[in-house]
Design a protein around this ligand. Sequence first.
Ligand SMILES: C[S@@+](CC[C@H](N)C(=O)[O-])C[C@H]1O[C@@H](n2cnc3c(N)ncnc32)[C@H](O)[C@@H]1O
Length: 256
Amino acid sequence: MGEINRVSKTFVGYLKRPDLYPELGRKIIKNIFNRKSAFKGKHKTGSWAAARAVSQEVAIKSLFGKEMRPFAEIFPEDYKESYQKQKYCPIIMGGAGALELIYYAAEYTRATKIAETGVAYGWSSLAALMSLVQRNGVLYSSDMPYLGQDGDQYVGFIIPEKLKKNWKLFRHADRESLPKIFSEASSFDVVHYDSDKSYEGRSWAYGELFKNLRPGGVFISDDIGDNSAYQDFCEINSIETAVVDFDGKYVGVFIK
Ligand SMILES: C[S@@+](CC[C@H](N)C(=O)[O-])C[C@H]1O[C@@H](n2cnc3c(N)ncnc32)[C@H](O)[C@@H]1O
């Protein structure tokens, strides 16, 4: 799809969704005044993350005291079914987060409440839900779908029906979804960030997620090497974080 075609499809997608107008306004302002914010501090954070990075196995052992087994091995049937479903999804969405990290964080905290931003196919949601259902807990997800592809109906496409009673999806931009989620629940056991990758989007959401994470809860952010928002957030708040090298990207994780 050409760039102009993609931008106009996205714009039309926004126009059809009045609840997303605030995000459209923010995007327009960002594109006029702050175009470089996606990569702010990327170089600095690249070396900071590389110096700390460990594998998922090492992080899970040192933070949660567990030997990691691959998610696909713990839940072979559900994984296979979801994997097959993804193949038949008519639109292409963002890739999966670090499933084991999310699953073991939920098990470690014996989670009953998890908040996540960024759903797409729903892989991170699946990892959280497989643990939550054991305690009849709830996953609160925020996702603004890919508007250029008319993808609303496919958000969470791979999540099995049997898990949906434990799932609440807020179909807005994070700036609107997160206040709604935190007016329904607080003191979360695990929070997972995997949506708006801009410096400002992250900085704002990290603060909100951190405030609503209980002491002893687990904070996870995907793609922390995109810019220095995660590193700066940890340094400003004197947070000692682990960095996981996963699938060619860095994931940040710490216990509050
Ligand atoms: C990388 S994908 C999420 C992948 C998912 N966590 C997984 O493991 O399968 C990012 C998702 O965040 C959504 N997104 C991007 N910006 C957003 C925003 N400002 N608010 C809410 N969702 C957003 C995208 O539409 C997309 O569905």
